[in-house]
Design a protein around this ligand. Structure first.
Ligand SMILES: N[C@@H](CCC(=O)N[C@@H](CS)C(=O)NCC(=O)O)C(=O)O
Length: 535
């Protein structure tokens, strides 16, 4: 029953919010949209403009386009070559004027709209909104009368002691939502109403999920590719101590990998690579979630958020997702990489100096093949597997991802029953890449992302748990993350997965077996100082 009320409550709020959005954005276009929907119209898609000329004026001769021509010009002039869809009356060609004369770039193709989303939105949203508003007003009126009647006549009269009366008088009012079902019960069958609301809510949810986590047709999460893949140690980015800076966010497991390399190799402490910490707050950031806080400002550019850093370093501004970690070259003022696996490989092997810590190699040649082989299955099954569970939007996609996580955990536990670390006797890059996912598993990925089911715990895999504690005991590892902050961030900032932003009571570090005082002493020489250096 509680679930039911919640569903109604949120659906009504959604409907109201959507009505406001709808009125704001769609009103001016409404008549136009209708006229397009009822007539046969054509759609032009994908003009391929040559990349060489920076700006174009698009002339659309003899074409009665239904959106203002300057809109079209604006899109192409600003964004350069890219496909744009607009509605137009049938015509034959699109002309593009540019410095070397007008040229024909494509022709219109006919395509009827089979699913008029605009129409559905136009009709259903206002109806739901209208019902919501009416029932809100109705409820307001009703609630006050109800309360009076209940308290003054029927119940209060039956009570004998004054304390009982006081208790009842002070009972808080109960919010039962807009009571839509009662209101519409006589008009619309409940199944129709609930079905419509569910459909609508799911539609909005799936749109929000796709924004957060791109989806393929089956509802499976498709991690985007990350654009900057340069290397330190090249002529563009020479190996110089103090030249590089990396932006990290504590909740993010990919950033945690980088924080681990810095700590384990002493790169930050010895001043070879500096780092700064971002705040996960989409309300503060102008795009994506990463911003700077007053107590932790951007030490390089004084930027307000990570987007400003990207914009600063990409000529003409940056259009993609502003993800962390982000490794930058502060001398050439360019981005080196925003892909954690590449950053970890670079910072895990480069020698900025000959100090003892700097010599520790996380990818020693003798273990390179083993490390690659482990990374090859741990990434899809575990590191990305937990995200594939959490960001799946269909049961089938979730089931496949969850199966992978369970298989991955079994395989890890089995492997670690035979050796202390993933590639043998030494802590390597493979262990480092797994650790951030492992320490977040019991409190976030299992309960929140339902990774492998909501019941799995690393603590129940004896060998994996022993490994996790041993890794956490390594010098400096414990200081690389704040687990409570990470938990809060997942539950509060991933809105489509947790609209109520309630953070559950999470296991403590002691319960996870990661309390520094309870950890086993780290064994000496688990880094490459003692590892063979040849294959
Ligand atoms: N493949 C990237 C993934 C980085 C990534 O997805 N970072 C997330 C935080 S956990 C992010 O910055 N997301 C912001 C966004 O997508 O807008 C890596 O491993 O470095």
């Amino acid at each position: 029953m509680a679930g039911h009320n919640m569903l109604l409550y949120y659906s009504q709020l959604w409907a109201l919010a959507l009505v406001c959005l709808f009125v704001g954005y769609q009103f001016g276009n409404t008549l136009n949209q209708f006229s397009i929907l009822w007539s046969s119209f054509v759609e032009f898609q994908g003009i391929n403009l040559p990349k060489t000329t920076p700006s174009y004026t698009i002339a659309l001769p003899s074409m009665d386009i239904t959106r203002p021509q300057q809109d079209v010009q604006h899109q192409y002039a600003i964004n350069g070559p890219r496909a744009k869809t607009f509605h137009a009356q049938p015509t034959t060609s699109v002309m593009v004027a540019h410095p070397h004369g007008a040229k024909e770039y494509g022709s219109l193709q006919e395509r009827r709209h089979t699913l008029p989303w605009e129409f559905i939105i136009l009709i259903i949203v206002p109806c739901l909104g209208g019902i919501g508003l009416v029932s809100l007003a109705w409820k307001r009126l009703h609630m006050s009368t109800d309360t009076k009647v209940q308290h003054s006549e029927s119940q209060v009269a039956l009570l004998s002691t004054s304390s009982q009366k006081e208790e009842l008088q002070s009972t808080p009012k109960v919010d039962k939502g807009f009571n839509i079902l009662e209101l519409t019960g006589s008009l619309v069958p409940q199944s129709l109403f609930v079905g419509t609301v569910k459909w609508f809510w799911r539609f909005i949810w799936s749109r929000m999920m796709a924004e957060l986590a791109p989806q393929d047709k089956t509802g499976a999460y498709q991690r985007p590719t990350y654009g900057f893949q340069e290397e330190i140690g090249t002529s563009a980015h020479p190996l110089e101590s103090g030249r590089y800076h990396v932006y990290l966010g504590n909740p993010c497991p990919w950033c945690h990998r980088v924080a681990l390399v810095l700590a384990l190799r002493g790169l930050d402490a010895e001043g070879h690579v500096s780092s700064s910490l971002l705040l996960d707050d989409p309300m503060k950031a102008s795009r994506g979630g990463w911003a700077f806080s007053e107590d932790r400002p951007d030490p390089i550019y004084g930027a307000q958020d990570l987007r400003q850093v990207y914009d600063q370093l990409v000529p003409g501004g940056y259009k993609g997702r502003c993800t962390a970690p982000l490794l930058i070259d502060t001398v050439s003022q360019t981005i080196v990489s925003n892909e954690s696996s590449a950053i970890v490989r670079m910072l895990g092997t480069l020698r900025f100096s000959s100090s003892a810590k700097g010599l520790r190699d996380l990818y020693p040649p003798a273990l390179a093949d083993k490390i690659d082989a482990v990374n090859d299955w741990v990434y899809p099954k575990i590191n990305n597997g937990v995200y594939r569970c959490g960001f799946a939007t269909t049961q089938g996609a979730y089931n496949a991802a969850s199966k992978d996580v369970r298989e991955g955990l079994d395989r890890l536990d089995d492997l670690l029953s035979k050796q202390p670390f993933l590639c043998g006797d030494y802590f390597t890059e493979a262990d480092l890449r797994l650790l951030p996912t492992a320490v977040r598993f019991d409190s976030v990925y299992s309960p929140f992302f339902k990774a492998g089911g909501s019941h799995l715990r690393i603590r129940d895999y004896p060998n994996l748990w022993r490994w996790m504690r041993q890794c956490t005991a390594l010098d400096g590892v414990g200081r690389t993350f704040d687990l409570e902050d990470a938990q809060r961030s997942y539950y509060q900032q991933l809105f489509p997965l947790s609209p109520g932003a309630i953070v559950p009571t999470c296991p403590t570090l002691t319960e996870l077996g990661l309390d520094p005082s309870g950890l086993p002493p780290a064994s000496e020489g688990v880094f490459s100082l003692q590892q063979p250096q040849t294959r």
